[in-house]
Design a protein. Structure first.
Lengths: 114, 110
């Protein structure tokens, strides 16, 4: 099993553009969470999805949105990019998203906004 | 709101010396505490969680509710322990959401 996979590995955008990041969970995992990690800081929770429903949302503006597909993969969308959106975006998966479960992280997508 | 603080950005120790990474948290209830590790060019992975009370790779951590701390310790550091370490907290009310500290970089010198 390749574990959690994310694409692309890195990308460069300019201010005002839109970006879509993708995540495929570990086979059998139905819950996906997204985190933003700004350089020099710890990851910060953005969203959690389970069975295509949003289960949790962090303190991020409405420019950030996500969705989960029937195969449990997920997309994170960010509109009207700002310089401050430059970060490593991490995806984590777990079986059902219950608090007792371990979350497994992907390698991340590094986004640079110019 | 919950918060996790790791006061040291960098810890540099010699091989064979003890190492202790500090983690303090603020939360009024009973949280679940974790340590995650990220080795060079690898993804973030769980090192240990306070609920399991086990020792992983020689590391231990004790939850001190009185001092709201969850410090990570290892009596004899090895070069392969060089990595970025993150303390994280989870609460029942927040479900699956993890709140991370800022991280501590550990450098073990030969």
């Amino acid at each position: 099993d390749a574990g959690v996979t994310q694409s692309p590995t890195h990308l460069i955008k300019t201010r005002g553009q839109h970006v879509t990041l993708r995540c495929s969970p570990i086979s059998g995992h139905k819950s996906v969470s997204w985190y933003q990690q700004v350089l020099g800081q710890g990851p910060q929770f953005i969203f959690q999805y389970y069975e295509k429903e949003e289960r949790g949302r962090g303190n991020f503006p409405d420019r950030f949105s996500a969705r989960q597909f029937p195969n449990y993969s997920s997309e994170l969308n960010v509109n009207a990019l700002l310089l401050g959106d430059s970060a490593l975006y991490l995806c984590a998966s777990s079986l059902s998203g219950s608090p007792q479960e371990t979350q497994y992280f992907g390698p991340g997508t590094r986004l640079l906004v110019l | 709101a919950q918060r996790v603080t790791q006061p040291e950005k960098l810890l540099s120790v010699f091989k064979g010396a003890p190492v202790e990474l500090k983690c303090n948290y603020s939360y009024s209830g009973s949280p679940e505490l974790f340590w995650y590790v990220q080795y060079s060019r690898q993804r973030l992975q769980l090192l240990l969680r306070h609920i399991s009370r086990e020792s992983i790779k020689g590391f231990t951590a004790d939850l001190n509710k009185g001092e709201t701390s969850f410090h990570l310790k290892k009596p004899f550091a090895q070069e392969e322990d060089s990595a970025m370490y993150y303390c994280a907290l989870r609460t029942k009310a927040a479900g699956n959401k993890l709140t991370f500290g800022g991280g501590t970089r550990v450098l073990v010198k030969p």
